[in-house]
Design a protein around this ligand. Structure first.
Ligand SMILES: [Zn+2]
Length: 270
């Protein structure tokens, strides 16, 4: 009798865990994509997550996330499941530079009103991200550029003359001006930015449920705000517009306000 009960418990556990699939590695700076059938609620710690009709959901850990995080899933049959993530530490590249040149000066005062206007446009576009429940990201993610050399990694920081600079929240790919840039995944263009002071020409794509990608310093844009794009579609060409020292693509990914390493999503099989 005991054996039979144990057998029943085991098969039920197996059945439940088979329903939940998680793609990605739980570490600071990474996003995870999940899929399960018959979900009634998904929570990460105290935050209720979105999920779509196919059972896809996503969440991410910020660059400096620490500690234990709990993913709680309730199913329509009343069962529930908890996954525990104990985040490991993550080391980032820190470059200490001593320079006598004033390489990184602030913007000239006459540009400040323009910079503030552009910040407001960006804030408005980012506020829309998280409204779409549909997991456009279920298309999977691909490298947005071919044959490019990585010249800047996610999470790195320069310390110039002992002054810490902004953290680099993305990946830099050096490539000649005019090199094609592709959408990493399906999504809606929330903003095709035209010659911003810092970002230059850029594209901000909403992949659903708070997940977005941004492509900066483009020479040319091939898409407009409000357009739906598919994974691998050309969205523009590499350039050095905005605050940039040479032709390259800066690729950034966010889950809401959390800064995500694009590498955590590129190539994960869904
Ligand atoms: Zn960059």
């Amino acid at each position: 009798m005991k054996k039979i009960i144990l057998f029943i418990i085991c098969t039920q556990l197996i059945t439940i865990s088979q329903e939940l699939k998680l793609f990605g590695v739980a570490q600071p700076g990474n996003a995870i994509i999940g899929k399960a059938d018959n979900i009634s609620q998904v929570m990460l710690n105290d935050k209720i997550l979105q999920f779509d009709k196919n059972g896809y959901f996503t969440f991410g850990f910020d660059r400096d996330a620490k500690g234990t995080h709990l993913l709680k899933i309730k199913y329509t049959n009343g069962k529930s499941e908890i996954k525990r993530f104990d985040l490991p530490g993550r080391e980032y590249e820190i470059q200490k530079i001593t320079s006598t040149k004033q390489e990184f000066t602030g913007p000239p005062p006459e540009e400040l009103p323009r910079i503030e206007r552009e910040r407001e446009i960006m804030r408005n576009a980012r506020r829309k991200i998280g409204i779409i429940d549909t997991a456009y990201f279920s298309s999977g993610f691909m490298l947005p550029i071919k044959n490019a050399k990585i010249t800047g990694v996610f999470g790195s920081q320069r310390i110039i003359n002992e002054v810490p600079q902004n953290i680099h929240n993305g990946i830099d790919y050096a490539a000649p001006t005019g090199t094609d840039v592709f959408a990493m995944a399906d999504g809606l263009v929330q903003l095709a930015g035209d010659n911003f002071y810092y970002n230059g020409n850029f594209v901000l794509i909403d992949h659903g449920q708070g997940l977005s990608s941004i492509y900066l310093h483009l020479n040319k844009l091939s898409v407009a705000t409000g357009e739906f794009v598919t994974k691998g579609q050309k969205i523009g060409e590499v350039g050095t517009t905005g605050r940039s020292t040479g032709p390259h693509l800066h690729l950034g990914v966010n889950w809401y306000n959390n800064k995500i390493d694009p590498n955590s999503l590129i190539g994960i099989g869904l």
